[in-house]
Design a protein around this ligand. Structure first.
Ligand code: BTN
Length: 226
């Protein structure tokens, strides 16, 4: 396992992604990690806010190498590997257990003085009490239900797993995803239609055999299980 080169842990931050972005601008090395016990302005995908109860992990990593279309999926795979054999990656950014979301990934691309970089933000319900989940999300979310003392070890294992996966070849990632693909073979709906999810390609696109018979390669957006 690769060692994380630098780590800053906070009790509270607005968003670990913002602090990681500031650190990146100040020269944080590839693989540097920021964690927070609480976020006051956590961000989710599609402009949504990310509200997490006590016991949730908020972690962001500075990524300078290995930027490709598979980046969010590498992060999802890292979570799934540490979360256990029941965890599945739901394209493009979620990790599910028994069909319920246990983690989300938010990748933000950054131009660092002309060099492409990214902040990979990951929120995981590590030690969340299910009763603390907001009612609106409780039906769709779950928790690893680990003891709070496991938050730091989980964060360390996750960071090491992600650093490792950032150097894995696209083919290796595609193979690992195939074994953990929450959507494979499922009937899904996306903004452009409905069809059967048929795997993830080397560029991180979801392939869907549409009900119209055509093969669609989705490179972003939301997909819903039907
Ligand atoms: C999503 O599912 O919409 C993505 C959620 C990502 C949340 C994480 S928590 C750590 C990092 N900091 C943020 O503000 N967001 C990400």
């Amino acid at each position: 396992m690769s060692a994380v080169p630098a780590w800053r842990a906070f009790e509270e931050l607005p968003s670990t992604n913002d602090t990681a972005r500031d650190w990146l601008a100040q020269g944080a090395p590839h693989g540097a990690v920021i964690t927070a016990d609480r976020q006051t302005a956590g961000r989710g995908r599609q402009g949504r806010s990310w509200v997490a109860p006590a016991g949730a992990l908020a972690l962001s990593m500075v990524v300078r190498d290995g930027l490709d279309g598979l980046l969010p999926l590498r992060a999802g795979l890292a979570v799934a590997q540490v979360a256990g054999s029941a965890a599945r990656v739901k394209w493009p950014n979620d990790v599910l257990i028994d069909g319920r979301k246990v983690a989300g990934v938010l990748v933000e691309l950054v131009d660092d003085a002309g060099a492409p970089a990214a902040i990979v933000g990951i929120g995981v319900n590590v030690a969340v009490d299910p009763l603390d989940l907001p009612p609106a999300v409780a039906a769709r979310a779950t928790t690893l239900d680990l003891p709070p003392a496991q938050l730091r070890p989980f964060a360390a294992s996750l960071s090491e797993a992600l650093l490792e996966l950032l150097t894995a070849s696209s083919d290796e990632i595609v193979r690992s995803l195939a074994a953990r693909d929450a959507l494979a073979g499922q009937h899904v709906r996306w903004a452009g239609g409905e069809g059967q999810a048929s795997g993830i390609d080397r560029d991180g696109r979801l392939m869907v055999r549409g009900d119209d018979g055509e093969l669609h390669q989705l490179s972003g957006g939301e997909v819903h299980l039907l």
